[in-house]
Ligand binder design. Structure first.
Ligand SMILES: [Fe+2]
Length: 211
């Protein structure tokens, strides 16, 4: 089996990721070239800094998915849910069960554990996106244990690994997956491959990312 990218913005024309299908094809070719066979589309939802065309997600995913097949890629539509102050957390389930969640970089959302627990109670496995990015979160943070007890997974970005910011998460085996968070940089699939190779314990964990 090849590699999976679980977090990227290569669904065309729906958020701040790639603009059109031609640009998606460039990314699909890069994934294939780097030995990937699975990609999860995770366009932003509820992110206050990004305009998302949620109304277009499904039709764009149908076209992008069919196109990605020509590159040997199986794809899924999910989303990257921004957990802000919205009353109820609604996510597009990735593979029927995962919810990829992001947060404000500077401020821990109120009632975070309670709200994520409610999402988990609905049957979602929570995946925290780019955990290295949040200034209120760290491997020593008291939120880690209850999140683990909830079954939450921690994702780090390729760029976070390269910069060193995500390394403490990897050294303590708290990171469960590396992903690209690719917004249109065709070098990222190859860099993801390289970083997964540097942290072989991840291979087993990333095998769990299936429907
Ligand atoms: Fe993202």
């Amino acid at each position: 089996m090849g590699l999976i990218d679980f977090h990227c913005h290569v669904l065309p024309g729906v958020d701040d990721g790639v603009k059109d299908l031609e640009a998606s094809k460039v990314q699909f070719a890069a994934y294939r070239e780097a030995g990937f066979d699975r990609v999860v589309f995770t366009p932003h939802v509820y992110n206050p800094y990004v305009r998302s065309r949620i109304d277009l997600f499904r039709e764009r995913a149908a076209v992008a998915s069919a196109t990605a097949k020509d590159y040997g890629l199986e794809t899924w539509l999910g989303c990257e849910l921004f957990v802000g102050s919205q009353p109820e957390l609604k996510a597009i389930p990735i593979m029927g069960k995962f919810a990829l969640c992001e947060f404000d970089r500077f401020l821990q959302p109120q009632m975070l554990l309670e709200r994520l627990q409610r999402l988990s109670d609905k049957g979602f496995t929570i995946v925290l996106a780019h955990v290295e990015r949040f200034l209120w979160f760290s491997p020593d943070c008291e939120l880690v244990a209850p999140l683990r007890a909830m079954g939450a997974l921690f994702q780090v970005n390729v760029e976070g690994v390269e910069s060193g910011a995500a390394v403490p998460w990897l050294e303590r085996r708290l990171a469960d997956l590396i992903a690209t968070d690719n917004h249109g940089d065709a070098s990222l699939p190859g860099r993801l491959r390289e970083q997964v190779g540097n942290w072989p314990y991840l291979l087993k964990r990333m095998e769990c990312l299936h429907p």
